[in-house]
Design a protein around this ligand. Structure first.
Ligand code: GUN
Length: 285
């Protein structure tokens, strides 16, 4: 079998066009330009690339973005003061603190300090709770992007067994939550580092979602023939970007697969733009 490619670039272009059109209409009606404030602490090269891509995407869609760069030796209280300042800025609709933070900083109080109405990542506990209860304010960008890809590609989730590898707060846990929501209706298994015989579990997946952060962790023999494989990983190996899935092997077994790069990554950005527009719309209503 040779898997179909689920093209994140093409699907995200459709989603970005929708955001562009709706932003133009919103700005025309209200005079308000949706504004994302991104905070980058330190000089992690991957984070710099992600933040630059987010800024560029905002500009292309008619949203405003400002980048707040702080040196790696920034203190916890300095970072939290910047968040407070952005919370109070009436022209800022969305706040994104790029993760990971340098190791001397504690992420949780920083993310908790972001006003839930401006939390376009959907990381604040209030927004996580609303999402879990099926009445979301902002859906977390990566899991939402994955759901959109499945929808665009016509992948049925209802009654299907979805296996998620990874239990992070950013991807694994919310991914499971979205897949079991009414409307998506998948049966979900979440695997993690303490799962026994992970391959035996992943081989039962109709939809396999890898979010482990380990290059080519998912090998061909871990995939059920005909499964749909979504690769959330972006790992740098010898100057090459590889996912959490061994793409060559997986594409011989799966019926459809996302590439890396050009798969989930662009979808995450499109969903961030969507959330920033939503935040701006809520701010005037
Ligand atoms: N680092 C990796 N992914 C993300 C994300 O979706 N949001 C933020 N803020 N940081 C990240």
């Amino acid at each position: 079998m040779s898997a179909e490619i689920i093209d994140g670039k093409a699907i995200s272009a459709i989603e970005r066009q929708r955001v562009t059109d709706e932003t133009a209409a919103f700005t025309q009606e209200t005079g308000v330009i949706p504004h994302l404030a991104a905070v980058l602490v330190g000089d992690d090269p991957a984070s710099q690339v992600y933040v630059r891509n987010k800024e560029r995407a905002c500009e292309r869609c008619g949203l405003k973005s400002t980048l707040h760069r702080l040196p790696s030796e920034t203190s916890q209280s300095e970072l939290e003061s910047l968040v407070a300042q952005l919370n109070n800025a009436s022209d800022v609709h969305g706040i994104l603190v790029q993760l990971p933070l340098p190791s001397h900083l504690d992420e949780t109080p920083v993310l908790d300090a972001i006003l839930p109405a401006k939390d376009v990542d959907g990381f604040h506990p209030e927004n996580v709770g609303l999402m879990l209860q099926g009445r979301p304010r902002f859906l977390p960008c990566t899991p939402h992007g994955v759901m959109k890809m499945l929808e665009h590609h016509g992948v049925e989730t209802s009654g299907k067994h979805a296996v998620v590898i990874g239990r992070s707060d950013i991807v694994g846990k919310p991914m499971g939550a979205l897949l079991i929501q009414k409307g998506a209706d998948a049966t979900v298994t979440i695997c993690h580092s303490r799962t026994i015989d992970i391959a035996q579990v992943t081989r039962q997946a109709d939809i396999l979602i890898a979010a482990v952060g380990r290059p080519e962790f998912v090998t061909g023999d871990m995939i059920r023939p005909g499964a749909v494989v979504i690769d959330v990983g972006i790992n740098r190996v010898d100057d090459r970007l590889v996912g959490d899935v061994d793409f060559q092997a997986a594409s011989k077994v799966a019926s459809a697969i996302t590439p890396v790069p050009g798969g989930v990554g662009p979808m995450t950005i499109a969903m961030l733009l969507r959330n920033t527009l939503t935040a701006a719309q809520h701010s005037v209503s």
